[in-house]
Ligand binder design. Structure first.
Ligand SMILES: [Mn+2]
Length: 138
């Protein structure tokens, strides 16, 4: 299993490759607010653990294992953003809150949150009921 820090890197690399077709060390460093030398170090570790293949002049490619995990990490992040959004968390807090909790939930909890998000997204009345409770709790 990847550590929380490895998960952040795999997630960012997956997003960069998805959006731009490639992931450069400088872009990863910028997106994660870390020094490029930290990225190089982590990329070497991820290569050793077979999440990606790193070639100094050709850049990096996710292996099928890396892609599979990257996809799940991005899904998890998006799902948690949807959850916080629908329970009414202020937009300005959502990204940082998700970054803070995403590594600390089991996949069981993620799947159950998936059910909950589906429950609300399937019927606007349910969201309206929740808003009503929130109004009364203000
Ligand atoms: Mn994230």
């Amino acid at each position: 299993m990847p550590t929380p820090s490895m998960e952040d890197y795999i997630e960012q690399i997956y997003i960069l490759i998805d959006e731009k077709g490639y992931a450069r060390v400088s872009d990863i460093a910028e997106n994660l607010s870390v020094h490029p030398s930290s990225v190089t170090k982590m990329v070497q570790k991820l290569d050793k653990d077979e999440y990606l293949v790193y070639e100094k002049y050709r850049g990096l490619i996710l292996t099928s294992k890396g892609k599979k995990i990257g996809e799940r990490l991005v899904y998890r992040h998006d799902l948690l953003e949807r959850l916080l959004h629908l329970i009414g968390v202020k937009e300005e807090n959502i990204y940082v809150d998700v970054e803070g909790i995403e590594h600390h939930l089991s996949w069981d909890a993620i799947d159950r949150i998936g059910d909950l998000v589906q429950y609300f997204e399937e019927d606007e009345k349910r969201i309206a009921d929740l808003r009503e409770i929130q109004k009364n709790n203000e």
